[in-house]
Design a protein around this ligand. Structure first.
Ligand SMILES: *[C@@H]1O[C@H](CO)[C@@H](O)[C@H](O)[C@H]1NC(C)=O
Ligand SMILES: *[C@@H]1O[C@H](CO)[C@@H](O)[C@H](O)[C@H]1NC(C)=O
Ligand SMILES: *[C@@H]1O[C@H](CO)[C@@H](O)[C@H](O)[C@H]1NC(C)=O
Ligand SMILES: *[C@@H]1O[C@H](CO)[C@@H](O)[C@H](O)[C@H]1NC(C)=O
Ligand SMILES: *[C@@H]1O[C@H](CO)[C@@H](O)[C@H](O)[C@H]1NC(C)=O
Ligand SMILES: *[C@@H]1O[C@H](CO)[C@@H](O)[C@H](O)[C@H]1NC(C)=O
Ligand SMILES: *[C@@H]1O[C@H](CO)[C@@H](O)[C@H](O)[C@H]1NC(C)=O
Ligand SMILES: *[C@@H]1O[C@H](CO)[C@@H](O)[C@H](O)[C@H]1NC(C)=O
Length: 566
């Protein structure tokens, strides 16, 4: 039964011990705030959507499911036939392949303050740090998926997609990050999961997709403090206990290489830390590894979950720019400081790569034997977000000079990167560029089979590899105003077509890829870029909240229609 929940009374006891740091004040004090007062103090007024109750799904009109004429390879046969090309009989997706689409809570949900949700760091930064999101937008309303999830799930099912990978907003479950549980938040995700199952769509749930509860950031610095670990594990316990019998794929953390490297946060914004800027990433990473592995063992050994549990890493295939020894060494350092920082401990020996260990030994406590034993083997599959690939090369002054200079912008990885071939190889881009607002993204689908075999051979995941995000920002899409023009997203179509063929090639070569989660289900608030960058397989008219399938969604679905084993 759902209990009416009085926030102030429920939280006072816990909150009495929480220290708050007034930004303009030079002293530290302890006060008691209700959730409402906490929002007012740290975030301010929140925009509210017109629709603020859950909307029932309506059937998807058959008209909307007619594919566009001529997917990526247009000419023969023309028209709207599916399949649209001759099948390669050497290719297939295994019967249980996890064909999915993905999103993240902060980017799509909206309802920022509804039903007992506490603020996250993104609510605070988007409201109180002008320019942090370059467009000065917030995700107060976003795609309003908090109320529109039934229709979103119906639209996923209508395209034949088998998995919806989404994240849970921690501060909906624990408004202050720890302490009192908000039953309304749990009930919301329970209905979302039930709705998925009702439509034959498997839910794949991420626990942490960057939306740190603000109270944990304010009270102890979030991921920079070891206090984070028990709070995360407690949150994981609540989620695993409630949903462990319905969800068979969980990821603990999304892209720690990215969120740990976003430190330092804007000067003076959150609780100050004594950890030097360039060390923060490694403290964060260590806390992530410890929190992840504890959550894994809690699920497997204590709660007896049969679900696959993993951590979601990211990065492209790393290609040495030239055949020089220095470029090979730079490329290895790039693997080590990016994927290896997490993948070596989790999939190999419980410890960091040698180059990382050498770097962190002067400031970071080494992992103890007990910690290593806990971390080693704490993931069933290798979940990897793989959008692109890049070339790596030694810095111009050499790796040794960079390692000796903490002020070098490339320190401590001391590997440079580039999206163009060496001049001697023609100097071309690795592939066509995405939107100019996403400088890191070029289509490089031809490297996907190499990346998959590299992951399999290097880290040997026991249950295979999931490509947990991949996608493309159609160039200049936000400048288009005519609906029909927006929906015909040819660069993204080409990307999905070639990417899925690359996965089929990887499978034919014997790499154990078990699923692909396309990013993203719908256009959404792209973090610091706001709504200016579009990754959606569906367009969302933010005035009406109406969703529309783009051509690329048909392209993605088509790969599966043609190649899935029955
Ligand atoms: C929900 O929307 C209705 C109608 O616009 C409004 O009267 C009500 O105050 C809203 N509720 C919340 C919690 O925002
Ligand atoms: C965002 O706000 C900042 C500070 O008010 C301002 O300088 C900047 O021009 C704004 N950006 C946009 C895109 O409006
Ligand atoms: C998990 O399994 C162990 C061993 O069978 C058992 O002792 C324990 O009670 C189980 N825990 C739960 C939560 O079912
Ligand atoms: C390295 O590349 C250069 C230029 O492309 C080529 O001449 C040379 O033979 C290569 N060396 C090796 C060992 O492959
Ligand atoms: C890194 O590579 C870029 C070209 O991609 C180059 O402009 C820059 O000077 C290089 N930096 C160093 C330190 O080598
Ligand atoms: C260290 O790197 C900084 C930033 O690139 C540079 O200004 C400085 O000259 C370098 N120091 C040495 C000793 O090379
Ligand atoms: C979005 O909806 C508004 C309101 O109905 C409409 O005026 C606008 O043209 C729509 N935008 C597109 C691109 O269809
Ligand atoms: C069919 O797939 C095989 C195995 O990946 C590949 O070697 C071959 O080139 C493909 N044929 C065509 C026409 O794409």
């Amino acid at each position: 039964m759902r209990m009416p929940w009085s926030l102030r009374s429920a939280l006072t006891a816990y909150f009495g011990i929480l220290a708050l740091f007034g930004q303009a004040k030079s002293f530290e004090t302890t006060v008691t705030l209700s959730l409402q007062e906490y929002w007012n103090e740290y975030v301010g007024p929140i925009e509210v959507a017109d629709i603020n109750t859950t909307v029932e799904a309506t059937p998807i009109p058959p008209r909307e499911l007619i594919p566009p004429p001529g997917l990526y390879y247009p000419s023969y046969p023309t028209g709207q036939q599916v399949p649209i090309q001759k099948k390669n009989e050497s290719w297939s997706f295994p019967k249980d392949f996890m064909f999915g689409v993905a999103s993240a809570a902060y980017q799509v949900e909206g309802a920022a303050k509804d039903e007992g949700k506490g603020p996250s760091i993104w609510d605070a930064l988007s409201h109180r740090k002008p320019g942090f999101i370059t467009t000065n937008e917030t995700a107060d309303v976003a795609d309003n998926q908090y109320y529109l999830y039934k229709q979103d799930i119906a639209r996923i099912a209508a395209m034949g997609v088998k998995v919806y990978a989404f994240s849970i907003a921690w501060s909906r479950i624990f408004p202050f990050g720890s302490g009192q549980v908000n039953e309304q938040g749990l009930a919301h995700y329970e209905d979302m999961i039930n709705t998925c199952l009702q439509y034959g769509v498997k839910p794949a749930v991420t626990l942490y997709h960057w939306d740190m509860p603000l109270a944990l950031q304010n009270s102890y610095g979030g991921l920079l403090s070891p206090n984070f670990i028990p709070d995360f594990v407690e949150y994981a316990r609540v989620i695993f206990t409630r949903f462990g019998d319905k969800v068979d794929f969980f990821t603990t953390f999304n892209e720690p290489s990215v969120f740990c490297a976003t430190f330092p946060y804007p000067e003076g914004f959150f609780k100050p830390t004594t950890i030097p800027d360039k060390q923060q990433q490694f403290f964060c990473s260590q806390h992530v590894l410890l929190a992840h592995s504890q959550a894994y063992h809690l699920a497997k050994s204590e709660l007896n979950l049969t679900a696959k549990i993993t951590i979601k890493l990211n990065g492209g295939y790393k290609i040495p720019l030239t055949n020089s020894t220095a470029d090979a060494e730079a490329t290895q350092r790039s693997w080590d400081f990016y994927e290896g920082l997490f993948a070596n401990p989790v999939f190999l020996d419980g410890d960091y790569p040698a180059s990382v260990k050498e770097h962190v030994s002067s400031f970071l406590p080494p992992l103890t034997d007990d910690q290593k034993a806990l971390i080693k083997g704490s993931a069933d599959v290798f979940a990897h977000d793989s959008y692109t690939s890049q070339f790596n090369m030694a810095p111009e002054g050499g790796i040794a000079a960079c390692l000796a200079n903490v002020s070098d912008p490339l320190y401590p990885t001391c590997a440079n990167s580039s999206y163009t071939y060496a001049a001697a190889d023609g100097g071309w881009n690795i592939g066509p560029a995405a939107d100019p607002g996403v400088a890191w993204l070029h289509k490089a689908t031809d490297w996907v089979p190499r990346l998959m075999s590299y992951i399999q051979e290097t880290w040997k995941p026991r249950d295979g590899i999931v490509i947990a995000e991949f996608g493309f920002a159609e160039p200049f899409e936000q400048q288009k105003t005519v609906l029909g023009d927006i929906l015909f997203d040819q660069a993204r179509q080409a990307y999905y077509r070639d990417y899925m063929e690359a996965v089929l090639i990887a499978l034919a070569e014997g790499t154990n890829v078990i699923g692909t989660f396309a990013w993203s289900l719908i256009d959404n608030l792209e973090w610091n870029s706001g709504n200016s960058i579009k990754f959606g397989l569906q367009y969302v008219n933010l005035t009406t909240q109406q969703r529309y399938y783009k051509a690329s969604f048909f392209e993605y679905a088509n790969a599966f229609k043609v190649y899935q084993e029955q």
